[in-house]
Design a protein around this ligand. Structure first.
Ligand SMILES: [Zn+2]
Length: 59
């Protein structure tokens, strides 16, 4: 179990991968701005940085 390293910190650019299919609903935090992506939960998005929570991901 020694080779599991967290390589999740990416800077900018890599985000385009999130949108590759246009299927992803990931969106940037309106408070923190571009580059701070909100975590997606069942019915809400949550920013881990400023704790901003946005409800209403329904269509
Ligand atoms: Zn935020």
């Amino acid at each position: 179990m020694a080779e599991k390293k967290e390589v999740k910190k990416k800077k900018g650019r890599a985000r385009s991968a999130l949108y590759k299919d246009g299927d992803c609903t990931a969106k940037a935090c309106p408070k923190c701005g571009d580059g701070y992506w909100m975590a997606q939960h069942k019915d809400r998005n949550y920013c881990g940085k400023c704790k901003y929570t946005e409800f209403g991901t329904k269509k």
